[in-house]
Design a protein around this ligand. Structure first.
Ligand code: G2I
Length: 466
């Protein structure tokens, strides 16, 4: 049942070999005629990536907003609710209610969460703004420890430190009360975050770091290289990617992402928005997606809001849906580019995992039974795709399948099904997106991406028919 997947997406194959030759090659290497993803999350999942959005807790009561968010995105960032001022409004008094609303909504809908942000010079609560020296350093470290511990196990990646570098030509650190506690404040924050939640990826996140020739980009690069060489626990670099005419998508974006990835970190586009409209905006979005998909360790893209009207700079109409929730030209160009596929890690898992045997459940009274079979998909350095095929033995009117991964593995994306999770996050229950009825011998399948966190065992799968 193993389904081999090719290294390059359909678009690259076609571009490299021409339509006819590509079709011949596809047959030769048994590439399935995979359906193009019809949503951003489904299309991104085809190459093992996520597609996310920022969510504001105050908008969770808006049905148009939540239905777009639920349909299109599988990675959620709290736009403001997990910042320092929101989570520790008084010293030592932590407040998680708004953050929890977003985390709970995400988990109830089978989505992962990016945590934003543990330490930042901005959005500090008033009490912290007035601290300095050792007192501030300890308060910052306590904040990182408390918040990362509270959300332990629920966060795919934390923006541990946000926006610590200066704009302009210096390439150095931004002056701030945190910086004045000593240049090692960033690595101290990363070490505290690792101790608090060892399974979350830990990111440095910044803006204006997209152009490889900019001093700020070089400054961050030098810091990450230094961290990697000294064993400071850093796993990823977030590129906020707030673009407009004064700060356009750079033509060397791919170079930037690749150079950072080559340091041995994941890269993620974390707050994408591009002011503008029509085909010009659509082309710039396409360029960003193309750059990410060309880098094996670019693991996902998050846009900074759902509709233009939800944006922090709404007048610039920078997002993928208009104020009424209609898909814009930019949406279509992103979807098409995601469906064109991307590069994957040529050097995937170091050991050969042992496939889990197929599990068959006894037939329910009066109906058929079903069989769930796991098959291996693409693999990257840090994650792999899997497919579960459900086969009906006798007619069934519906099915439920569980996929259990072994901690610290995490399922970070799914497609072609409706997932929910147990409290550990290790057991996913997948239900059909539609009715789930199958006649005897018929099959259907769903897929998912597992971030393995160093554990290379296959998930175990079960199926129950109704
Ligand atoms: O500025 C854009 C982003 C740059 N990178 C870091 C992100 O965290 C930042 O997001 C924005 C939010 O989109 C805004 O929504 O960060 C701003 C400052 O934290 C957010 O603005 C704040 C306003 O300053 C508050 O007055 C307001 O109460 O939004 C709050 C909630 O609407």
């Amino acid at each position: 049942m193993t389904t081999p997947r090719h290294t390059y997406g359909r678009g690259r194959l076609a571009a490299a070999f021409g339509g006819l030759a590509a079709a011949t090659l596809a047959v030769a290497i048994a590439v399935p005629a995979a359906a193009a993803g019809s949503t951003l999350q489904a299309a991104a999942s085809e190459s093992g990536r996520y597609f996310g959005t920022a969510i504001a807790a105050s908008r969770l009561g808006d049905g148009t907003y939540t239905s777009i968010a639920n349909r299109e995105f599988n990675m959620i960032t709290a736009e403001n609710e997990m910042k320092m001022d929101a989570t520790e409004p008084s010293r030592g008094q932590f407040s998680y209610s708004s953050g929890d609303r977003i985390v709970n909504w995400a988990r109830q809908n089978g989505k992962q969460v990016r945590g934003h942000a543990l330490a930042w010079h901005s959005q500090q609560p008033g009490w912290m703004q007035n601290l300095s020296g050792t007192d501030l350093r300890n308060a910052m470290l306590n904040h990182v420890t408390q918040v990362a511990s509270y959300y332990k196990g629920k966060i795919y990646a934390w923006d541990v430190v946000n926006e610590a570098f200066a704009d302009g030509s210096s390439g150095g650190r931004r002056d701030s009360n945190l910086q004045r506690t000593g240049n090692d404040w960033i690595e101290a924050a990363f070490r505290a975050a690792r101790a608090a939640d060892p399974n979350a990826k830990l990111c440095y996140n910044d803006y204006n770091t997209d152009n490889w020739s900019h001093a700020k980009t070089q400054g961050v690069y030098t810091m990450v290289r230094d961290f990697k060489s000294r064993g400071v626990p850093i796993d990823c670099v977030g590129f906020q990617a707030h673009f407009n005419s004064g700060n356009p998508v750079p033509s060397n974006y791919h170079t930037t992402l690749q150079n950072f990835a080559d340091l041995g970190v994941d890269v993620q586009i974390t707050e994408l928005d591009i002011e503008g409209s029509g085909s010009s905006q659509a082309q710039q979005y396409q360029g960003v997606v193309q750059a990410c998909l060309a880098v094996a360790r670019c693991t996902g893209i998050t846009v900074w809001g759902v509709r233009d009207s939800d944006s922090w700079r709404a007048s610039g109409t920078p997002l993928l849906f208009d104020g009424s929730g209609n898909k814009k030209a930019a949406y279509t160009s992103v979807l098409n580019q995601l469906n064109a596929g991307g590069t994957t890690n040529p050097n995937p898992n170091p050991t050969t995992p042992v496939p889990t045997p197929t599990t068959t459940t006894p037939p329910p009274t009066g109906g058929g039974s079903c069989t769930a079979t796991y098959s291996e998909g693409q693999k990257w350095g840090d994650r792999f795709n899997g497919t579960v095929t459900i086969r009906a033995n006798g007619n069934i009117s519906g099915w439920t399948s569980t996929v259990t991964v072994r901690s610290p593995q995490k399922i970070i994306a799914t497609w072609s099904g409706s997932p929910s999770w147990d409290s550990s996050g290790n057991v996913m229950t997948m239900r059909p997106s539609g009715s789930g009825a199958l006649s005897s011998g018929q099959t259907t399948s769903f897929g998912f991406t597992v971030q393995h966190n160093g554990t290379w065992t296959w998930p175990s799968v079960t199926c129950a028919a109704s």
